[in-house]
Structures are given as C-alpha cells and as structure tokens.
Design a protein around this ligand. Structure first.
Ligand code: HEC
Ligand code: HEC
Length: 437
C-alpha cells in the first residue's frame, strides 16, 4: 500500500502541530451586531466638534480613520489647536496649556466582547460591583446603564479640559469640567445634551432610540460606540485568513516570525489571545516624556493611579497588536515611532531605556508649559522606571527580529488603512471638521 504525503498535507500537519499555541480565529460573532442607523448617527457625533466646549475638536481629531484611528503623533495637541496629525498646530488665540500626556491609541476591534478594560491605565473597566457594572473614574460614575464598557469610555473625553472641554472660564462646559461636575443637571453631560437638542437633525434621529425618554449623554455614547464597533472592526488581515485555514495567506518569513512570536520570543505571554493582548498591565520600562500624569510632576506611573497598589507602579495595559504596523508611535506615550525599535526595546528594556534616542519622539513643534524631557533628565526617575521593569531580556538574532516584524506586518487588515465609512461630508451642527491637507 502506498502512503501519499503531498506538500499540502505536510504543511497542514505542520500547522496542526502549532495550533495549540495559536489563538482561535476571530469572527463577527466575537462582536455585538450593529444597527446601521445608530452607526451613522454615531459617525456624525464622532466627527462633530459640538461635543467639545469651544466647538473646535472632535473625537475624530485624535482618532481619525485616515490616520489608523489615531493621530500619528507620540503626544497630540488637544483643545486649542487646529488641523490633523503632524500638521496640527496651536491656535494662538486659544493656546492649549500642555500636550496631551499620553498617546492617542488606535481603536481597532475595541467593540469586541473581549475588550472590557479601557485606557492605558484601565480606569474604565467592567466591574460587576460598580454602578451599572462599569467602574469609572471619580465623579464620573454612570447615571444610566450603558450597552458596553466601550460606550462608558465615550463619556470621558468631553469631561477632559485638555482634550475637549476647554480651559478655565472659556465656556460653561469647561467651567463644569473644571469643577468636576460631570453628572446631574448643569454637569458636562447634561450641558452637551442640551446642545444636541438644539440641532433638529440630531433630535429627529435620536427620537426612535429613546422611546419617549429625554436624551441622556449615555445615548450619545451608545451611538458613538456603535460607530466605533463597526468602523474599526478589522478582522481580515493575512493572519486572520491563516487562522481560518488558508495556509498560503502568510509568507514563509511571516510564518517564521509567527513561530518566534508564539515561541522563543515569548511575546504571547502578554500579547495573548485572538487580539494579542492579555488585557492586563505590565511594566516594560518605556522611556517617558511630556507633561506626565501627576500634578506638578512629569511622572506617569500608570496603573497605580487606579489601584493604589505599589505593584502596579509604571504598569500599563498590554495593547492589542492588530494593525500594529500602521498605528505608530508606540507605547502609552508613543515613545518609539518605529516598530523595530519598539520590538527591540522589549528584548533589552533596560539597555534600550538607557540609550534612548529622543529623535524617536514625534512631537508637535510647540513650546508648552512643561519640560518635555524632565523625566528622562531625572536620573532617579529613570532608575525608578528601570527598577519597576518586569520583562525579562530575550536573545533573538537579527534574522529572528526581521521575521517577527514580517509577522507583525501580517496583522494589518487593508481596511484599517482605508477606513470603512470614513468621514461624513459634513456634520449636523454645521461646524467645520478638522481635515487632512
Ligand atoms: C485630544 C485628543 C483626543 C480626543 C479629542 C479624544 N481622544 Fe480618545 N484618547 C486620547 C488619548 C490620549 C487616549 C489615551 C488616554 C489614557 O489612556 O489615559 C484616548 C483613549 C481613548 C479610548 C481608549 C482606547 C483603549 O484602547 O483603551 C477610546 C475608546 C477613545 N479614546 C475614544 C474617544 C472618543 C469616543 C472620543 C470623543 C468622544 C475621543 N476618544 C476623543 C485622545 C483623544
Ligand atoms: C511582559 C509582558 C509583555 C511581553 C512579554 C511583550 N510585551 Fe509587547 N507590550 C507590553 C506592554 C505592557 C506594552 C505597552 C507598554 C506601555 O504602553 O508602556 C507593549 C507594547 C508593545 C508594542 C506597541 C504596541 C502599541 O500599539 O503601542 C508592540 C509592537 C509590542 N508590544 C510587541 C511585542 C513583541 C513583538 C513581543 C515579543 C518579542 C512583546 N511585545 C512582548 C507587554 C509585553
């Protein structure tokens, strides 16, 4: 009897032997279904500067579909600047007080059921013991149920004076934000609803979702989350095709890189599961710059600000690596603008921290209050970051690193580059939108 072993069966056997370490293929069943009507309403709100105190910045300004759902910068400029991405610059009549202290992350696949922890420090998070099941930052406890933690997240940006509300006494919303009055009558959310109620198009389109109820900001957040779930759902990368059984979707080099990722490189110990994140927090010793997150200091100690647990010092959430080749700069502050340097940092974190090239930081050329390099110029602070680092050095050859990068390239869904619906032609408020030149 003859035993037929074709090249096809051999590669199938090879892929089966790896299967145990690889995640399951992602499908649409991993996401809640979306309502097309609500998606379009959410799109308008996502692009409409009406949600900002001075009516000059929208969610899309920092998370633009043409910029891989982010802004392409290490640290962006919020309220008080104009234009998109690298072209964004300060409006001299309304200059911002500082850079935004953290990198605007890409929003790919955040609508999947699996994502329950948001922000680099996880300060919005599913938690059955919290009001309506989502733990929120202080003063921002939910007033009504939300359909998802992603919708709960959308309540936050309009309450931030640097991001959207504006400074001091500039407008009633910035005053409410400054006083930490987000909830209740006269709070940020209520004032924003009153604005939306002045736009007939919004009123008409919200009506059928309200069942006679008054508009609440959680309804706005729900629509925005619906848009994000649809627009940024990108599950057709070569890696996805491979996991669904198309063995030829990856090149040989990408397969070699996949083996390093799920093997020797130890990447999957944190970047695990279908979206390559454990949704947990780790200190990997990234160099820090910019205004920081602590008042009167340039430090950003990450997760500890949420939990108070000293173990969480300098820990940040493991990001998903879907579409990572196009979502730079990388890390919670965009420390590295090129992917190879970000990957190499993981392999020798302390050495990489100590020899950091500041040219990697992609910052708008503006002078703002804080000294951008305070943290890196402070030897003790650099030592604290180094000491907290919990990632073990890994020895990989240059070839293995090249292979890894080829694999990371295979995580890009072509639709992540083009966007799906993209920007609307105009928004119901009639306000101008930031556009790419
Ligand atoms: C000025 C820029 C800016 C604007 C405007 C802005 N964001 Fe963000 N966004 C950021 C930054 C920076 C972070 C990370 C902050 C952190 O983790 O502390 C973030 C985080 C997020 C996250 C969490 C992502 C994750 O992986 O955890 C979501 C979702 C999000 N923004 C959606 C929105 C929505 C919706 C709006 C409008 C209502 C909005 N953003 C407006 C800059 C911005
Ligand atoms: C100990 C857990 C851990 C391991 C192991 C790990 N990472 Fe990470 N990775 C993280 C965390 C945490 C961040 C975000 C750090 C921050 O924001 O300060 C990150 C960030 C990244 C980023 C930047 C993504 C973005 O969108 O900003 C890339 C790329 C990356 N990791 C690739 C890898 C590769 C490749 C490996 C294997 C060689 C690896 N990681 C191993 C925890 C880990």
């Amino acid at each position: 009897m003859r035993f037929w072993v074709t090249a096809g069966t051999l590669s199938l056997l090879a892929s089966l032997s790896q299967a145990a370490d690889l995640p399951n293929a992602v499908t649409h069943a991993d996401f809640p279904p979306t309502d097309p009507d609500l998606v379009l309403l959410g799109r308008d709100l996502f692009f409409d500067p009406i949600l900002s105190g001075n009516r000059n910045i929208a969610c899309a300004t920092c998370h633009h579909p043409s910029l891989a759902s982010a802004d392409g910068m290490s640290l962006g400029l919020g309220e008080g600047a104009v234009a998109l991405g690298a072209d964004r610059h300060v409006d001299p009549t309304n200059a911002p007080q500082n850079r935004i202290p953290r990198n605007a992350p890409a929003l790919f696949n955040l609508g999947a059921y699996e994502f329950t922890v948001f922000f680099h420090d996880g300060r919005v998070q599913t938690d059955p013991s919290a009001m309506y099941g989502v733990k929120m930052p202080a003063h921002a406890e939910l007033e009504r149920p939300v359909p998802s933690p992603l919708a709960a997240q959308a309540l936050m940006p309009p309450t931030s004076f640097d991001e959207m509300a504006g400074q001091d006494e500039e407008n009633p919303i910035s005053v409410a934000a400054r006083d930490k009055s987000f909830r209740g009558i006269g709070g940020v959310w209520d004032l924003l609803c009153k604005r939306i109620e002045e736009v007939p198009d919004y009123v008409a389109r919200f009506e059928k979702h309200l069942n006679g109820r008054k508009l609440h900001f959680t309804d706005v957040a729900r629509a925005i989350a619906e848009f994000q779930t649809y627009e940024f759902q990108t599950i057709n990368s070569p890696f996805d095709h491979y996991l669904r059984g198309d063995h030829f979707a990856l090149t040989d080099q990408q397969k070699a890189g996949m083996e390093v990722f799920y093997g020797e490189g130890n990447c999957a110990s944190c970047h695990s599961g279908p979206f390559q994140t454990d949704h947990s927090f780790h200190a990997i010793g990234l160099p820090q710059f910019g205004p920081g997150k602590e008042e009167g200091s340039y430090a950003d100690k990450g997760r500890i600000a949420v939990t108070g647990d000293p173990e969480d010092r300098y820990r940040f959430r493991t990001p998903s690596l879907r579409n990572v080749a196009i979502t730079g700069p990388y890390g919670h502050n965009g420390a590295y603008s090129d992917l190879a340097s970000m990957v190499r940092h993981h392999l020798q974190p302390i050495r990489s921290l100590a020899s950091y090239d500041r040219g990697q930081a992609r910052l708008h050329d503006v002078s703002v209050q804080a000294d951008d390099w305070g943290a890196m110029d402070d030897f003790d602070e650099v030592m604290r970051i180094a000491e907290a680092t919990e990632i073990a050095p890994v020895n990989l050859t240059d070839q293995q690193i090249d292979d890894l990068l080829a694999f990371l390239d295979a995580l890009t869904d072509p639709q992540a580059i083009t966007g799906k619906l993209g920007a609307p032609d105009s928004v119901p408020s009639g306000l101008p939108m930031d556009a790419l030149n």
